[in-house]
Design a protein around this ligand. Structure first.
Ligand code: BG6
Length: 319
């Protein structure tokens, strides 16, 4: 399988498919023994071009790393406790949440954030952009199991373009005769210096559902800084956001289209301890999720025969 993939979609000196690859840009001493290097049978696309590197697991179309050459540490965070395992989501990176975000509206037995992040995807295209960035498109594989949870005719494609910037395009095509409604998110974990010192701007004045201690509708005033568990779904906003990180001397710019929700999440100590896979004891301090989404008030109706695309683009500015 690997050699066939490399023959059809590999790009010499730029894109290679490997089994259970350790993530480039992650120092060897932070990799768990028996973790990413253990044999799970999963395949990872390793991108390494003149502008930077990225890794994408074919299961879940799960981006695990992105690090432009300008940066000494990755921009996308992957937990030290991340494991590659068939049917399990990887902690960190950029999970694809689809076709619903959070809990399913009516079926408590269906997986949180949908099934797209835990099922196989297949490669359908690869190439080099005019500026030298590497492009890779994956398509979700449907199965009897996915059809039980989502009985609609559709294609879900993720295109990743990795270079100095990272662009991800999540396209839902309704190939059937009836309309359907989706929720979705590119649930990106960003690597930060320390959660206590970063600030997020871009959401001033936005309404948000505050999921900590119930579900209350509030309004953001000014920038966001963090001193406890934060789990918010900002609604009706297509605005770009910036993560200001003085410790890592950088600003991460997050621009998007086709997305009207932005989720900001940090678990803080108690929830992180309960989750247990965030890199004990304090890996959670080095990550922050700013997720481009369509959730709650912003679910998307995909009319029969049409396509809806959510696009995010990340750029890093050194300061
Ligand atoms: C966030 C949610 O998007 O994802 C949080 O807002 C949730 O409530 C978090 O805890 C992680 O979810 P999971 O399913 O990957 O553990």
């Amino acid at each position: 399988m690997i050699s066939a993939l490399n023959m059809q979609f590999g790009i010499k000196g730029q894109l290679e498919f490997v089994e259970d690859a350790p993530v480039k840009g992650t120092p060897p001493d932070t990799r768990p023994a028996g973790g990413l290097g253990a044999a799970s049978g999963l395949v990872v696309a390793e991108i390494n071009n003149a502008q930077g590197c990225a890794s994408l697991c074919l299961q879940g179309a799960h981006l695990m790393n992105w690090q432009p050459k300008s940066q000494a540490v990755p921009v996308v965070w992957l937990s030290r406790d991340a494991r590659l395992a068939a049917g399990k989501s990887i902690r960190g990176g950029a999970p694809v949440c689809w076709p619903w975000f959070g809990a399913h509206a009516t079926e408590s037995g269906f997986p949180g954030h949908g099934f797209a992040r835990t099922v196989p995807w297949r490669v359908i295209e690869s190439g080099t952009e005019p500026d030298g960035a590497t492009r890779l498109t994956l398509r979700l594989e449907t199965s009897d199991k996915t059809r039980v949870q989502w009985p609609h005719d559709c294609n879900l494609d993720l295109t990743v373009i990795a270079g100095n910037t990272l662009r991800m395009e999540l396209a839902t095509e309704n190939t059937g005769a009836t309309d359907f409604v989706i929720g979705e998110a590119l649930h990106t974990y960003f690597q930060i210096g320390d959660i206590g010192q970063v600030r997020v701007t871009g959401l001033d004045g936005c309404a948000y559902w505050d999921k900590v201690g119930g579900s209350n509708l509030r309004r953001q005033e000014g920038g966001i800084s963090f001193s406890g568990e934060t789990d918010r779904v900002y609604i009706n906003t297509g605005a770009a956001c910036v993560i200001h990180d003085d410790e890592l001397n950088r600003r991460i710019h997050i621009a998007k289209s086709g997305s009207l929700s932005t989720v900001v999440w940090t678990p803080w100590d108690e929830k992180a301890a309960k989750m247990g896979d965030l890199g004990q004891p304090d890996g959670w301090r080095e990550m922050l999720c700013v997720e481009s989404a369509n959730a709650i008030d912003n679910l998307v109706k995909v009319v029969a025969g049409t396509r809806h695309t959510m696009i995010v683009e990340y750029r890093v500015e050194s300061i």
